[in-house]
Design a protein around this ligand. Structure first.
Ligand SMILES: Nc1ncnc2c1ncn2[C@@H]1O[C@H](COP(=O)(O)OP(=O)(O)OP(=O)(O)O)[C@@H](O)[C@H]1O
Ligand SMILES: [Mg+2]
Length: 249
């Protein structure tokens, strides 16, 4: 693992008096804090994660990054979406691909309709630019599209690899929102195609054993685990963390 190890993300989405609520666009999810509440602690944590990605790995900067976690509902998609927002805010051309073809959620987060997407491009030959949307300047999002019968096969296909190498040229960052590693092989397959993997860990619920076995299965295919992102961090004294940063164990 690298310097990105254990970036902490505070679970803190509520607008408060100290956090002036900016004009909230359309149907963006409440959890899209980097956009809705840019002055919040949580938004600052995503910017810290961005800084780590931009500067901690200068010798070998990852461009295509898979986001996964050991189990379900640990905050992968929210991390992926907010990281996409803060990268776009830093003027990085960014593309988010909803590669969770079993339980896609990226469309809901960005208030988009999922009537066409990645599956249409990879399996149906649709032109990528017809399948992505730009919910905010500099950030393109490709929703999953119709759920296929064979997600692992599709994500491991030559056509998917060709599509990825095309978008790699066009964008500064391509973020792949993946399924959890404990349930299916999709994220491990995706990890082999990415330059690196961010492993999201829920500070309240993810067990250490799950993190270890997740890292083992990723490293077994020589995927590069860039670091763990600690989601829903809570301090024992005052509820939720009041700052962004690292935690070391
Ligand atoms: N940091 C956070 N702050 C607030 N809410 C969060 C945070 N992380 C996750 N959530 C909420 O927890 C739920 C699960 O998050 P998310 O969909 O990102 O998890 P996931 O790991 O992608 O789940 P799945 O395994 O279903 O893909 C969502 O309702 C989301 O709004
Ligand atoms: Mg998800």
């Amino acid at each position: 693992m690298t310097d990105l190890d254990a970036t902490s993300l505070a679970r803190d989405t509520k607008p408060g008096p100290a956090r002036k609520r900016e004009e909230a666009p359309g149907d963006f999810s409440e959890g899209l804090v980097a956009l809705r509440y840019p002055a919040s602690v949580a938004a600052e944590a995503y910017r810290t994660l961005r800084t780590n990605l931009l500067y901690a790995l200068v010798d070998d900067p990852p461009k295509v990054i898979a986001v996964t976690s050991p189990g379900p509902r640990e905050g992968k998609s929210m991390t992926c979406a907010n990281l996409g927002v803060v990268l776009a805010q830093a003027e990085k051309r960014t593309l988010i691909l909803d590669c969770d073809l079993r339980r896609p959620t990226m469309h809901g987060i960005f208030g988009l309709r999922n009537f066409r997407g990645l599956v249409d491009v990879v399996a149906g030959g649709m032109e990528p630019r017809k399948a992505w949307r730009e919910p905010l300047y500099g950030l393109k999002v490709m929703t999953a599209g119709p759920i296929p019968p064979n997600p692992a096969e599709l994500l491991g296909s030559r056509r998917f690899a060709e599509f990825l190498s095309g978008v790699r040229e066009e964008f500064d960052y391509v973020l792949l929102d993946a399924a959890p590693t404990e349930l299916v092989s999709d994220p491990v397959i995706l990890a082999t195609q990415a330059d690196g993997v961010l492993l999201v860990v829920n500070a309240q619920s993810t067990r250490k054993g799950s993190v270890r076995s997740s890292i083992r299965s990723l490293e077994a295919v020589e995927a590069k685990v860039l670091g763990t992102v600690m989601n829903s961090v809570r301090s024992s004294r005052n509820g939720y963390y009041g700052h962004a940063g690292y935690t070391y164990e």
